[in-house]
Write a protein that binds this ligand. Sequence first.
Ligand code: HEC
Length: 207
Amino acid sequence: MIFLRVIALLALLPGISAGEEGLPVSPAGAPAVTAAEVTAAEVTAAPPVAGQPDGAEATEAAAPAPPPKPQVDWSQVKNPVAADAASVARGQALYAGKGMCSICHGEKGDGFGPVRGQFSPFPNALIDPAWHQRFSDGQLMGVLTEGKLGTGMVPFIPDFLTEDEGWDIVNFIRTLNGHTTEAYEKHQVELRKEEERKQEALKKEAF
Ligand code: HEC
């Protein structure tokens, strides 16, 4: 049945409609098919619909999908670029410039970039020591390469940054560890108050 579906799909494609000039349809060397036969095939096989299993099957048969990318265990990936002053300086320039990190994560890494309000969740701060501990350099590289699903964090490598540029940015981000800003402190205080209000409300509900 798969064969019939492929024929039906080929017949539906513009430009290679079956038998127009008496040409064989199948590039795979199968016997030439006449328009009449294809029409019969179309009748027997359900027409492929994009997004449904049948359609997908036929498309795959016609053009094999590229092999899936191998999964990377980013926790095992070592930073090959020494975190010297030159790399940090390059990273800082990329963070504010070509990498565009600062428009979301803030120039000082406090999470208060000018477009932060567009995103839910907000772009996070990159200054919190506890946050730094949670990630190895390789894992930060993983976020830059794969993005963070379900957030505004898209993959930056290789489309916007090279790998070396990514490592420079990682080296720069490490220098932000422990820096805080007024906006960040205020936000932390508000978060704590919000948490206290929640806990109070829960207590009241419990009794
Ligand atoms: C368009 C806005 C935007 C840009 C530009 C952007 N980010 Fe993000 N980033 C986000 C958002 C939103 C998240 C998700 C925050 C969350 O999960 O709480 C995020 C998450 C991250 C995380 C993972 C944080 C975590 O705790 O999981 C890292 C690391 C990061 N960004 C670094 C960068 C770097 C470095 C750049 C520049 C190359 C950059 N981002 C550019 C919006 C952005």
